[in-house]
Design a protein around this ligand. Sequence first.
Ligand code: CA
Length: 224
Amino acid sequence: MRLLLVEDNSELVALLSKQLPRHNFEVDAVDTAEDADQALASLQYGAVVLDLGLPDRDGLDLLRDLRRRGKSVPVLVLTARDGVSDRVTGLRAGADDYLVKPFAVEELVARLEALQRRPSTLASRSLAVGNVALDIQLRQILVDGTAHDLTARECAVLEMLLREGRSVVPKRKIEDQLFGLSGHLASNAVEVYIHRLRFTLSRAGATVKIKTVHGVGYFVTETK
Ligand code: CA
């Protein structure tokens, strides 16, 4: 799962960036609310770990804004404040969970895993268009009841396309998603994954096709 860590304490960032990948979390770290906003606008995250004391803005403000804009990504708030009223304020602002510093990495992992099992997250775990349903957790597409496995990257690309409905997903955005905020990617990577997805969809008898808008990006459409 891709996780956005919004934290300005560099020691904690270094620790979590090292520890969380061992528990299958891919971590993108930012240290300001502004960068968090930008990351959330351009990439899809499975969860956000949000420090409340950020240099440019109160984390709670950022959280309220996200929820006002309809972003439903699970948010776990990290804070040094341990007063009951702060916890209540955090949860009212739209946090899904709360962890007071200092904490054990194991506890953070356990809570993040629990967030993934919540019904609100489960609802967004599957996406359906035409006769195709994508199970994000299992990385499978179900076509007329038959399961076909996808790789993690194929799954990520198809998820973006299905989430956009019939809107065009810019190629750049798919590249960013594959790449994360750091990483390496072949220049034709997007074409390669689109090609593989088309092959899998067609072989499975899907009524969904991926169309190319040259020089712009891709979108999914239903064929009758
Ligand atoms: Ca801080």
